[in-house]
Design a protein around this ligand. Structure first.
Ligand SMILES: C[S@@+](CC[C@H](N)C(=O)[O-])C[C@H]1O[C@@H](n2cnc3c(N)ncnc32)[C@H](O)[C@@H]1O
Length: 276
């Protein structure tokens, strides 16, 4: 699937066609969206608010580049492995494109990453360029209203980002798959033990698909050891705890130089509800 044929204009919903360094829609007003020098395009209608800031993006990039979550990237490539050139994967809430680029590199399909965070999308595009990946495209866009044609995507991946079931179902082809990754029960338990006096396991997410059909699920768990205060802080800043930790507990985090922790991902594969 080339970029032509899947994207629609965020303003008038006409088809978006790439011509050199811009996308033009085929609507009456011929809306135009330029491709930036980093390779990304802003397809968000209006002023963007929300999404991760530069600091959060840098922390996550630095942590992911250490390879601790590589088993998850590999598992996603296995799940999507039968998609090939001419097919499409939407990464909804792709962040800095760690998984999008890994998927693009390992399977032939075209990957379209969307995120509200311009900083994350710039970082994703630059990373694709650096790695010589030409089948990943990145866009500033909201996942509840994706500029993607209905029934056009072969797969949607949604990794640690809000899950927009209705929208994902709209854009998926019949036979397409939605892959949702969430934190498993014991994910980062060791990190929590090191910082908090009372520790709770993770609960199931409240925004999981309700009307799509769950066809497969996987649990991926292993332990990691992290050396160095910066890497531990980067991991912590990727979690929701970073917004709600007391000063006293933050001091415990700051003092950590070595951490052993559980990693646990739950991976759910869904089909469109009218399919089965
Ligand atoms: C925890 S990060 C996960 C990023 C990436 N999937 C990963 O696992 O590395 C969640 C991402 O969702 C994005 N996000 C949150 N709400 C969004 C929305 N409504 N539309 C698009 N992106 C959104 C954030 O900007 C952030 O990059």
């Amino acid at each position: 699937m080339s970029v032509n044929g899947i994207l629609i204009c965020p303003v008038c919903r006409g088809a978006l066609i790439r011509k050199e360094k811009s996308y033009f829609c085929n609507g009456a007003k011929k809306h135009c969206f330029d491709i930036s020098s980093s390779g990304h395009t802003n397809l968000y209608p209006g002023r963007v608010s929300g999404g991760d800031d530069k600091k959060a993006v840098k922390s996550r990039t630095d942590f992911l580049n250490l390879g601790f979550y590589l088993p998850l990237a590999q598992k996603l490539c296995d799940i999507l492995g039968d998609l090939s050139t001419g097919q499409s994967v939407i990464d909804a809430g792709c962040g800095e494109g760690y998984y999008s680029n890994m998927i693009a590199k390992n399977i032939g399909a075209s990957v379209f990453g969307f995120d509200l965070s311009k900083e994350a999308i710039i970082s994703a595009s630059r990373s694709a360029k650096r790695q010589g990946i030409s089948n990943a495209n990145f866009f500033v866009g909201g996942i509840y209203d994706l500029p993607v044609k209905e029934d056009s995507a072969d797969a949607v991946v949604n990794i640690f980002a809000p899950c927009a079931e209705k929208e994902f179902s709209r854009i998926l082809k019949r036979g397409g798959r939605l892959v949702v990754v969430t934190a498993g029960k014991n994910h980062l338990l060791g990190l929590k033990r090191a910082v908090y006096e009372t520790v709770y396991t993770n609960e199931a997410r409240a925004d999981m698909p309700e009307n799509m059909k769950l066809i497969e699920s996987f649990n991926l768990s292993y332990n990691i050891e992290i050396e160095g205060a910066d890497s531990i802080r980067n991991l912590f800043s990727m979690t929701p705890y970073s917004y709600r930790t007391s000063e006293r507990d933050m001091q415990k985090l700051m003092a950590l130089e070595h951490l052993e922790t559980e990693i646990e991902f739950d991976i759910f594969v869904y089909a469109k509800e009218d399919e089965i």
